[in-house]
Design a protein around this ligand. Structure first.
Ligand code: AP5
Length: 210
């Protein structure tokens, strides 16, 4: 199985959900720039404070900040044997930087119609303590509004408000979708259908990486 993997796809397609499953199966870290940035925001570090406004509005955080946080994480000893990169790269400049520092085995591109993306994002709730992701319709917590693992009150991400969702989808189409061509030309792209339940999608991901 391949171990240096990028998960690419629009907001809400299920990259984070699938990364969590596959990273556990392969024993490699799930590196999400969104999660790293949200931790920096929660810890109120200077980088987090600078990133927050961009994130809440649904715009990309400046490359320089994201690269700083990612290169530090990629240098961790656990990332030597492989990783799943979720949410990075997001534009051609980031892809070129990544090409310069590592060699990828595969880029899995998740595809889902826009109405389903909006549905998944609008219903998402997250645990601010352990970051577990729920969905009011497709993955509800056992006790309404509470995390199954630690009982913390679930929250809605600020960028899951309708205005921010619209911005994120537009930013994806404009800045991130061109990466599909970049990775197709490199022979790395494996597109999968992201409809259906998480288990069905996970089976397609495994098939694509075999
Ligand atoms: P980031 O955190 O990366 O957000 P995103 O790419 O917009 O992706 P999401 O987390 O919204 O969706 P997902 O595909 O992971 O879906 P999930 O599995 O949660 O980025 C946030 C912000 O950080 C950016 O806007 C930007 O500001 C900044 N940022 C991050 N990286 C950056 C970078 N490289 N450069 C610059 N800025 C950067 O699923 C969504 C919902 O659907 C959940 O409720 C889930 O339970 C449900 N679900 C999942 N799978 C299924 C299924 N199969 N069926 C039904 N429901 C499902």
């Amino acid at each position: 199985m391949m171990r240096h993997i990028v998960f690419l796809g629009p907001p809400g397609v299920g990259k984070g959900t699938q990364s969590a499953t596959l990273a556990k199966e392969l024993g490699i870290p799930h590196l999400s720039t969104g999660d790293l940035l949200r931790s920096a925001v929660a810890a109120r570090t200077p980088l987090g404070l600078e990133a927050q406004g961009h994130m809440d509005d649904g715009r990309l955080v400046p490359d320089e900040l994201v690269l700083r946080i990612l290169t530090e994480r990629l240098a961790g000893p656990d990332a030597r044997a492989g990783f799943i990169l979720d949410g990075f790269p997001r534009n051609l400049g980031q892809a070129q930087k990544l090409d310069a520092i590592t060699t990828l085995d595969a880029v899995v591109s998740f595809e889902l119609p826009a109405n389903l993306l909006v549905e998944r994002l609008s219903g998402r709730r997250v645990c601010p303590t352990c970051q577990t992701v729920y969905n009011l319709t497709t993955r509800p917590p056992k006790v309404p509004g509470r995390c199954d693992r630690d009982g913390t009150e679930l929250i809605q991400r600020p960028d899951d408000r309708p205005e921010a969702i619209a911005t994120r989808l537009a930013v994806y189409a404009e800045q991130t979708a061109p990466l599909l061509g970049h990775y197709r030309r490199a022979g790395l792209l494996r597109a999968i259908d992201a409809t259906g339940n998480p288990d069905e999608v996970a089976a397609r991901v495994r098939g694509a990486l075999r």
